[in-house]
Design a protein around this ligand. Structure first.
Ligand SMILES: [Zn+2]
Length: 170
């Protein structure tokens, strides 16, 4: 039911990979909570040349604030989990983006989503990955810099015969 997502990663090229366990975790988590509020967390993975490889994620923590149309990631545990991944991997795995759910069939980013993603990306200074899980489909996209301006793009699925692991071997 869930599989690796491999898509384009903006005008600079490269692929965006989101591993199956991540899509399974955030998909199942969203479905569990979809009866009521939004939910969310952060995305952890690595930059591999032009590519980005999302390999794990956090889910809602106890101090996060969730409502029907907004998810505030307030709990410090998300940052703690990302720091732990960073330390345990010798600085290879890091915080690369965010995900949250929307109570709609086919989600698109809200104005608030766009401005918070741009703020996060400008703070880091590198392109990042953002996912919105809807009831029927998932929006997977990225931010990137066009000259100095931070832009948002939706990742278009790559050709199905590309295998994730062959892309990131370097
Ligand atoms: Zn949103």
């Amino acid at each position: 039911m869930f599989s690796d997502f491999i898509g384009d990663f903006g005008p600079e090229g490269g692929y965006l990979l989101v591993r199956k366990p991540v899509l399974a975790q955030i998909g199942l988590q969203s479905r569990e909570i979809h009866s009521g509020n939004e939910t969310g967390g952060i995305l952890i993975g690595s930059y591999r040349g032009h590519h980005i490889d999302i390999t794990s994620s956090t889910v809602q923590q106890s101090k996060d604030v969730a409502s029907r149309f907004r998810f505030h990631r307030k709990d410090k545990n998300h940052h703690g989990i990302a720091m732990k991944a960073w330390e345990q991997s010798g600085g290879f795995q890091t915080y690369l983006g965010e995900w949250h759910s929307h109570p709609e069939a086919h989600p698109t980013p809200s104005g608030i989503d766009a401005s918070s993603w741009i703020r996060a990306t400008e703070a880091i200074g590198k392109k990042m990955v953002f996912i919105i899980v809807g009831r029927q489909s998932t929006w997977i996209g990225y931010t990137y810099f066009d000259r100095k301006k931070c832009m948002i793009g939706r990742s278009k699925p790559a050709k199905p015969f590309v295998a994730a692991d062959t892309l990131v071997q370097n």
